[in-house]
Design a protein around this ligand. Structure first.
Ligand code: AMP
Ligand code: ZN
Length: 112
């Protein structure tokens, strides 16, 4: 997808502090962290939002959770706790229209 910031990060056309990468998924530090640990876990495939996940994406979307588990351990929050969340659409605060899981930890994370 042209002009999609997360596609550009996945394609190395934009810089990001990448903490994990494989063929299908990339994870990088959020540029405006809302917690001491704030990582975005992103499919390299452009999927607009959770509203646009198709049955053929189910394994790929499952991989986001496995990467989250690995990253949480590496970032030292696996035991203290962390939140995984997806914002879907404008009312939820989705501003980047490319599917991404937020991993937030390192302090008590207030709801919403
Ligand atoms: P959302 O509000 O769920 O769409 O989350 C988008 C997130 O992407 C926000 O927390 C932004 O701070 C973050 N973000 C936007 N641009 C970048 C970027 N170039 N590198 C890292 N994080 C970014
Ligand atoms: Zn994209």
């Amino acid at each position: 997808m042209e002009d999609c910031i997360f596609c550009k990060i996945a394609n190395k056309e934009e810089a990001a502090e990448i903490v994990y990468e494989d063929e299908r998924v990339v994870a990088f530090k959020d540029i405006y962290p809302k917690a001491p640990v704030h990582i975005l876990i992103v499919t390299k495939k452009h999927i607009h939002s959770a509203n646009h996940i198709e049955p053929e994406d189910k394994e790929l979307v499952g991989e986001l959770f496995l990467v989250a588990k690995k990253v949480a351990k590496e970032q030292g929050v696996a035991e203290t706790g962390y939140r995984l969340s997806f914002n879907v659409g404008r009312d939820a605060g989705q501003v980047v229209d490319h599917l991404h899981m937020h991993l937030l930890g390192g302090k008590k994370i207030p709801l919403a």
